[in-house]
Ligand binder design. Structure first.
Ligand code: AKG
Length: 267
């Protein structure tokens, strides 16, 4: 069960132009119902097995309420590996960023539990010791995501502002970035996701998600890709040091990140 994952996706030129301008795009029919049903089951099984969250929701902080987070599933079993190393998704990532190819930075499952809280405003790349902005996350719902379930929201084109990039995810980032974005013209885009829709967003665009007000888990798998020629930069905060040790151990500052954990997926 993986054929679609290796088939090319016809990415329209206007989707690339939209991404280049806004630094996110949501695409229809990237995956089909059979593929999603199969990997929903395989990935859910893995998340249930690997999650180390055992505190009740109401006793967690804002970050803890946002989702169950399980990393690098591709190292755990064959089904997840097939999904994460999908050429179809890697091809879209490369074409949107206009790079010759992409490598994996890491994957993560983000399961927002029934009754789970908001994901505060943030920009991902604050956490990453990566030398260019050629980074992109595929956000792949394993079922439809109606508005009440907490779809990913974007501030279109907000990669252009620097203020707020230095905030880690939490109450402070939610409040300060929202305040900053209110006095800009960037559109706040909140849309449901149909089955098969996948969004891609770049490392510096600001995004958030609402709470999950349904009684179903919002199951999302994500892959973070980087330009295949991405170099490691000197880390600028403790998160970036931690990321270096965790997602690309052995990579050297100013050198291309070419470790066994960062395979070229496309190109
Ligand atoms: O799934 C979410 O609620 C947040 C996801 C996110 O911030 C990301 O994938 O960069």
């Amino acid at each position: 069960m993986h054929s679609l994952l290796d088939q090319p996706y016809e990415l329209p030129a206007d989707a690339i132009a939209f991404y280049q301008k806004n630094r996110f795009v949501k695409l229809k029919n990237v995956l089909d119902a059979d593929t999603l049903a199969y990997y929903n089951e395989a990935i859910s099984r893995k998340v249930e097995f690997l999650t180390n969250q055992n505190q009740p929701l109401d006793q967690r902080d804002t970050y803890g309420k946002a989702f169950l987070q399980v990393f690098n599933l591709w190292r755990e079993d064959e089904a997840s590996k097939t999904f994460v190393l999908s050429k179809r998704l890697g091809q879209i990532a490369a074409q949107l960023m206009q790079t010759d190819g992409v490598r994996l930075y890491h994957d993560q499952a983000l399961f927002k539990e029934a009754g789970g809280g908001i994901t505060p405003w943030h920009a991902d790349q604050y956490y990453w010791p990566l030398s260019s902005d050629k980074t992109i996350t595929a956000w792949i719902p394993l079922q439809p995501v109606p508005l009440q379930m907490g779809p990913l929201e974007f501030s279109a084109g907000s990669h252009a502002i620097v203020e707020g990039r230095e905030l880690s995810i939490g109450d402070d980032s939610e409040q300060k970035i929202a305040q900053r974005l209110r006095v800009t013209d960037f559109q706040h885009v909140i849309e449901p996701y149909d089955l098969g829709e996948v969004s891609f967003h770049s490392g510096w665009v600001f995004h958030r998600a609402g709470a999950n007000q349904t009684d179903q888990v919002r199951k999302v798998m994500t892959m973070i890709y980087m330009d295949k020629d991405m170099r490691l930069k000197q880390p600028e905060n403790r998160h970036q040091i931690n990321d270096w040790n965790t997602w690309c151990p052995g990579a050297e500052v100013d050198q291309v990140i070419d470790t066994p954990l960062n395979p070229v997926i496309y190109g």
